[in-house]
Design a binder for this molecule. Structure first.
Ligand SMILES: C[S@@+](CC[C@H](N)C(=O)[O-])C[C@H]1O[C@@H](n2cnc3c(N)ncnc32)[C@H](O)[C@@H]1O
Length: 216
């Protein structure tokens, strides 16, 4: 998702205290950033932030970090927060390409990573840009605790098939998968909808999900 350039978005995001402008100085220090040692969960590709904001509100004892490449998209999340009476203290944003994620988190500093409706990058030559590729899984592995998991949701069957094929060669193991999340009452119990999930499930598209952890 890349919205049209929004005048002033770059400056607004850069100046906003809810957005971490130098995440490398947070490496190993996220407990100081949040002022507690609660678990830290990360959404890579948060878009306009519906999921991560709703998660932060639902789970005040968990810290959430949303990563998004484009200011023009992230500003929408900030505008949503502006409309709220009080700000969730357990939420921060990083406006950067997640390729650099290893520079922002110490080994084992995160306990969960969410990948929601990631860009599919359909051309084979762009496969390395897919967040579920072995290249990205190798970036995510060190920052997750040993029992930490990645949760991935999409409505794109080709991307889901690709993601499943990457799991084992990348050194991960599959804990759960479904090709119709919204028909799985147990899996839906704690489901928090993302913006894309809401849009695509309303059209009748099945939602695919996996949960993976690092193989021992
Ligand atoms: C299709 S949108 C989905 C947004 C949201 N997660 C949802 O489910 O509604 C994917 C988002 O991921 C962002 N993104 C893709 N690759 C990224 C990367 N390497 N680093 C940070 N953000 C990325 C895109 O800019 C886009 O806003």
């Amino acid at each position: 998702m890349r919205l049209r350039n929004i005048p002033g978005a770059r400056e607004a995001v850069a100046a906003d205290p809810r957005c971490i402008s130098s995440p490398e100085i947070c490496k190993g220090k996220w407990s100081e950033v949040f002022g507690n040692s609660n678990p830290v969960r990360v959404e890579v590709g948060m878009g306009k932030g519906r999921f991560i904001i709703d998660m932060a509100l639902k789970y005040p004892d968990i810290n959430f970090v949303g990563i998004e490449m484009y200011e023009s998209v992230m500003i929408k999340g900030l505008q949503r927060l502006d409309k709220m009476e009080s700000q969730p203290a357990n939420l921060r944003f990083i406006r950067m390409n997640a390729e650099e994620i290893g520079q922002w988190f110490e080994e084992g500093e995160a306990d969960r990573i969410y990948l929601n409706f990631s860009d599919p990058w359909p051309k084979a030559r762009h496969a390395r840009r897919r967040l579920e590729s072995r290249e990205f899984l190798a970036r995510f592995a060190p920052i997750l605790k040993s029992d930490g998991v990645i949760e991935f949701k999409t409505d794109n069957m080709d991307l889901f098939d690709f993601a499943l094929e990457e799991v084992e060669p990348a050194g991960w193991q599959l804990l759960f998968q479904t090709r119709d999340l919204h028909s799985d009452a147990e899996a839906m119990k704690d489901n928090v909808m993302t913006e894309y999930e809401s849009k695509f499930s309303a059209k009748g598209n099945p939602i695919y999900k996996y949960i993976i952890k690092k193989a021992l």
